[in-house]
Design a protein around this ligand. Structure first.
Ligand SMILES: *[C@@H]1O[C@H](CO)[C@@H](O)[C@H](O)[C@H]1NC(C)=O
Ligand SMILES: *[C@@H]1O[C@H](CO)[C@@H](O)[C@H](O)[C@H]1NC(C)=O
Ligand SMILES: *[C@@H]1O[C@H](CO)[C@@H](O)[C@H](O)[C@H]1NC(C)=O
Ligand SMILES: *[C@@H]1O[C@H](CO)[C@@H](O)[C@H](O)[C@H]1NC(C)=O
Length: 178
Protein backbone atom coordinates (compact mmCIF):
# COMPACT_ATOMS: atom_id res chain seq x y z
CA UNK A 1 0.00 0.00 0.00
CA UNK A 2 2.73 2.42 1.02
CA UNK A 3 4.64 1.47 -2.08
CA UNK A 4 1.62 2.12 -4.20
CA UNK A 5 1.08 5.56 -2.69
CA UNK A 6 4.77 6.25 -3.26
CA UNK A 7 4.47 5.21 -6.87
CA UNK A 8 1.33 7.30 -7.34
CA UNK A 9 2.96 10.38 -5.92
CA UNK A 10 5.95 9.84 -8.18
CA UNK A 11 3.68 9.66 -11.19
CA UNK A 12 1.84 12.79 -10.12
CA UNK A 13 5.13 14.62 -9.67
CA UNK A 14 6.26 13.46 -13.08
CA UNK A 15 3.04 14.70 -14.66
CA UNK A 16 3.42 18.04 -12.92
CA UNK A 17 6.93 18.24 -14.34
CA UNK A 18 5.78 17.40 -17.84
CA UNK A 19 2.97 19.95 -17.90
CA UNK A 20 5.44 22.56 -16.75
CA UNK A 21 7.91 21.92 -19.54
CA UNK A 22 9.37 25.12 -20.79
CA UNK A 23 9.03 26.61 -24.22
CA UNK A 24 10.91 29.91 -23.92
CA UNK A 25 14.55 30.41 -23.02
CA UNK A 26 15.85 33.78 -22.00
CA UNK A 27 19.50 34.39 -21.27
CA UNK A 28 19.62 36.92 -18.51
CA UNK A 29 23.27 37.30 -17.57
CA UNK A 30 26.79 36.03 -18.07
CA UNK A 31 29.54 36.33 -15.50
CA UNK A 32 33.23 35.59 -16.07
CA UNK A 33 35.82 35.31 -13.33
CA UNK A 34 39.55 34.83 -13.64
CA UNK A 35 41.10 33.14 -10.61
CA UNK A 36 44.68 34.06 -11.47
CA UNK A 37 45.32 37.26 -13.38
CA UNK A 38 48.91 36.23 -14.01
CA UNK A 39 47.47 33.36 -16.00
CA UNK A 40 44.46 34.82 -17.73
CA UNK A 41 42.09 37.74 -17.71
CA UNK A 42 38.79 38.55 -19.35
CA UNK A 43 39.04 41.52 -21.62
CA UNK A 44 35.27 41.50 -21.91
CA UNK A 45 32.34 39.27 -21.07
CA UNK A 46 28.83 40.52 -21.68
CA UNK A 47 25.36 40.09 -23.07
CA UNK A 48 24.25 42.93 -25.27
CA UNK A 49 20.75 43.78 -26.45
CA UNK A 50 20.75 45.36 -29.88
CA UNK A 51 16.97 45.47 -29.97
CA UNK A 52 14.09 43.40 -28.63
CA UNK A 53 14.75 40.47 -30.90
CA UNK A 54 18.53 40.50 -31.14
CA UNK A 55 20.73 39.87 -28.15
CA UNK A 56 24.25 38.50 -28.27
CA UNK A 57 27.01 37.21 -26.07
CA UNK A 58 30.69 38.12 -26.45
CA UNK A 59 33.68 37.26 -24.38
CA UNK A 60 37.43 37.37 -24.73
CA UNK A 61 39.99 35.66 -22.52
CA UNK A 62 43.59 36.78 -22.78
CA UNK A 63 45.98 33.98 -21.91
CA UNK A 64 49.31 35.12 -20.52
CA UNK A 65 50.88 31.69 -20.31
CA UNK A 66 50.59 29.07 -22.98
CA UNK A 67 47.75 27.07 -21.60
CA UNK A 68 47.36 23.40 -21.09
CA UNK A 69 43.64 23.93 -20.98
CA UNK A 70 42.36 20.53 -20.23
CA UNK A 71 39.48 19.83 -17.89
CA UNK A 72 36.17 21.57 -17.77
CA UNK A 73 33.74 20.92 -14.93
CA UNK A 74 30.15 21.75 -15.59
CA UNK A 75 27.21 21.88 -13.36
CA UNK A 76 23.67 22.94 -13.77
CA UNK A 77 21.88 24.64 -10.90
CA UNK A 78 18.27 25.64 -10.56
CA UNK A 79 17.04 28.42 -8.35
CA UNK A 80 14.69 27.51 -5.55
CA UNK A 81 15.80 29.25 -2.42
CA UNK A 82 19.20 30.12 -3.82
CA UNK A 83 20.77 28.03 -6.59
CA UNK A 84 20.76 24.28 -5.94
CA UNK A 85 22.46 21.49 -7.96
CA UNK A 86 20.22 20.17 -10.71
CA UNK A 87 20.87 17.09 -12.84
CA UNK A 88 24.41 17.63 -14.16
CA UNK A 89 27.77 17.82 -12.45
CA UNK A 90 30.49 16.47 -14.68
CA UNK A 91 34.16 16.77 -15.44
CA UNK A 92 35.26 16.58 -19.05
CA UNK A 93 38.69 16.15 -20.52
CA UNK A 94 38.10 18.89 -23.08
CA UNK A 95 40.99 17.94 -25.37
CA UNK A 96 39.83 14.35 -25.57
CA UNK A 97 36.20 15.35 -26.08
CA UNK A 98 37.16 17.70 -28.93
CA UNK A 99 39.13 14.94 -30.62
CA UNK A 100 36.31 12.42 -30.21
CA UNK A 101 33.06 14.41 -30.21
CA UNK A 102 30.91 11.31 -29.84
CA UNK A 103 32.60 10.32 -26.61
CA UNK A 104 30.93 13.11 -24.68
CA UNK A 105 27.52 14.20 -25.99
CA UNK A 106 26.98 16.82 -23.29
CA UNK A 107 30.27 18.58 -23.90
CA UNK A 108 29.71 18.26 -27.63
CA UNK A 109 26.31 19.88 -27.25
CA UNK A 110 27.81 22.75 -25.24
CA UNK A 111 30.65 23.23 -27.73
CA UNK A 112 28.14 23.18 -30.59
CA UNK A 113 26.34 26.15 -29.01
CA UNK A 114 29.25 28.51 -29.53
CA UNK A 115 31.89 27.01 -31.84
CA UNK A 116 30.71 28.75 -35.00
CA UNK A 117 31.14 32.12 -33.29
CA UNK A 118 34.41 31.35 -31.65
CA UNK A 119 38.06 30.73 -32.38
CA UNK A 120 37.77 27.63 -30.19
CA UNK A 121 36.53 25.71 -33.21
CA UNK A 122 39.44 23.29 -33.35
CA UNK A 123 41.15 20.60 -31.28
CA UNK A 124 43.87 21.22 -28.68
CA UNK A 125 46.20 22.97 -28.12
CA UNK A 126 44.72 26.42 -27.59
CA UNK A 127 47.79 28.60 -27.77
CA UNK A 128 46.01 31.85 -28.44
CA UNK A 129 43.52 34.16 -26.77
CA UNK A 130 40.02 32.72 -26.66
CA UNK A 131 37.16 34.61 -28.21
CA UNK A 132 33.42 34.15 -28.52
CA UNK A 133 32.13 36.96 -30.70
CA UNK A 134 28.52 38.06 -31.08
CA UNK A 135 26.96 34.72 -30.41
CA UNK A 136 23.24 35.36 -30.95
CA UNK A 137 21.28 34.21 -27.94
CA UNK A 138 18.35 33.35 -30.24
CA UNK A 139 20.46 30.59 -31.69
CA UNK A 140 21.24 29.28 -28.23
CA UNK A 141 17.58 29.56 -27.32
CA UNK A 142 16.60 27.29 -30.18
CA UNK A 143 19.27 24.76 -29.32
CA UNK A 144 18.50 24.71 -25.64
CA UNK A 145 14.73 24.60 -25.91
CA UNK A 146 14.84 22.09 -28.74
CA UNK A 147 17.15 19.55 -27.17
CA UNK A 148 16.51 19.70 -23.48
CA UNK A 149 13.15 19.47 -21.81
CA UNK A 150 13.31 21.03 -18.38
CA UNK A 151 10.78 22.55 -16.01
CA UNK A 152 10.24 26.29 -15.74
CA UNK A 153 12.50 28.39 -13.60
CA UNK A 154 15.79 30.21 -13.30
CA UNK A 155 18.92 28.27 -14.09
CA UNK A 156 22.63 28.74 -13.75
CA UNK A 157 25.01 26.88 -16.01
CA UNK A 158 28.29 26.94 -14.14
CA UNK A 159 31.63 26.08 -15.81
CA UNK A 160 35.08 25.85 -14.27
CA UNK A 161 38.05 25.77 -16.64
CA UNK A 162 41.14 23.92 -15.50
CA UNK A 163 44.73 24.16 -16.73
CA UNK A 164 47.63 22.37 -15.06
CA UNK A 165 45.16 20.94 -12.56
CA UNK A 166 44.09 24.33 -11.23
CA UNK A 167 40.83 26.17 -11.73
CA UNK A 168 41.82 29.22 -13.81
CA UNK A 169 38.51 30.67 -14.81
CA UNK A 170 34.80 30.37 -14.17
CA UNK A 171 32.06 31.28 -16.59
CA UNK A 172 28.47 31.38 -15.38
CA UNK A 173 25.49 31.60 -17.72
CA UNK A 174 22.18 32.60 -16.21
CA UNK A 175 18.95 31.86 -18.04
CA UNK A 176 15.34 31.30 -17.37
CA UNK A 177 12.81 28.93 -18.88
CA UNK A 178 9.20 29.97 -19.05
C1 LIG B 1 17.49 43.91 -34.67
O1 LIG B 1 18.84 44.09 -35.00
C2 LIG B 1 19.32 43.19 -36.00
C3 LIG B 1 20.82 43.41 -36.18
O2 LIG B 1 21.15 44.76 -36.31
C4 LIG B 1 18.54 43.43 -37.29
O3 LIG B 1 18.99 42.53 -38.30
C5 LIG B 1 17.08 43.21 -37.03
O4 LIG B 1 16.33 43.51 -38.20
C6 LIG B 1 16.60 44.08 -35.88
N1 LIG B 1 15.23 43.72 -35.56
C7 LIG B 1 14.30 44.64 -35.29
C8 LIG B 1 12.96 44.09 -34.96
O5 LIG B 1 14.53 45.82 -35.32
C1 LIG C 1 37.06 19.44 -11.71
O1 LIG C 1 37.91 18.71 -12.54
C2 LIG C 1 39.21 18.54 -12.03
C3 LIG C 1 40.04 17.89 -13.08
O2 LIG C 1 39.59 16.61 -13.35
C4 LIG C 1 39.13 17.72 -10.76
O3 LIG C 1 40.44 17.54 -10.24
C5 LIG C 1 38.28 18.46 -9.76
O4 LIG C 1 38.10 17.67 -8.60
C6 LIG C 1 36.94 18.81 -10.34
N1 LIG C 1 36.29 19.71 -9.42
C7 LIG C 1 35.04 19.59 -9.06
C8 LIG C 1 34.51 20.63 -8.15
O5 LIG C 1 34.35 18.67 -9.48
C1 LIG D 1 29.98 18.95 -8.14
O1 LIG D 1 30.79 17.92 -7.60
C2 LIG D 1 31.93 18.41 -6.91
C3 LIG D 1 32.81 17.25 -6.53
O2 LIG D 1 32.08 16.17 -6.05
C4 LIG D 1 31.50 19.26 -5.72
O3 LIG D 1 32.62 19.79 -5.06
C5 LIG D 1 30.65 20.41 -6.24
O4 LIG D 1 30.15 21.18 -5.17
C6 LIG D 1 29.49 19.88 -7.07
N1 LIG D 1 28.77 21.00 -7.66
C7 LIG D 1 27.45 21.11 -7.61
C8 LIG D 1 26.84 22.29 -8.25
O5 LIG D 1 26.76 20.26 -7.07
C1 LIG E 1 37.48 28.37 -37.31
O1 LIG E 1 37.11 29.73 -37.40
C2 LIG E 1 37.99 30.50 -38.20
C3 LIG E 1 37.59 31.96 -38.07
O2 LIG E 1 36.21 32.12 -38.20
C4 LIG E 1 37.90 29.98 -39.65
O3 LIG E 1 38.77 30.71 -40.46
C5 LIG E 1 38.31 28.50 -39.65
O4 LIG E 1 38.14 27.97 -40.95
C6 LIG E 1 37.46 27.70 -38.67
N1 LIG E 1 37.99 26.37 -38.56
C7 LIG E 1 37.22 25.29 -38.54
C8 LIG E 1 37.92 23.97 -38.37
O5 LIG E 1 36.00 25.35 -38.65
Amino acid sequence: MCKLIGLMSNIIMLLALITEIASMVEFTNVKCTSWDNAFDNFEYCHLKSVNRSFKYLSLKVNLHKLPKLRFVNFSLLKRYNGYKPFLYNITVDACKALRHPKSNPIFNFFHGLFKKHSNMNHTCPFNHDLIVEKLPTNFMNQQVSGDLKFPHGDYLFHSDWYAYGINRATVDFFYSLS
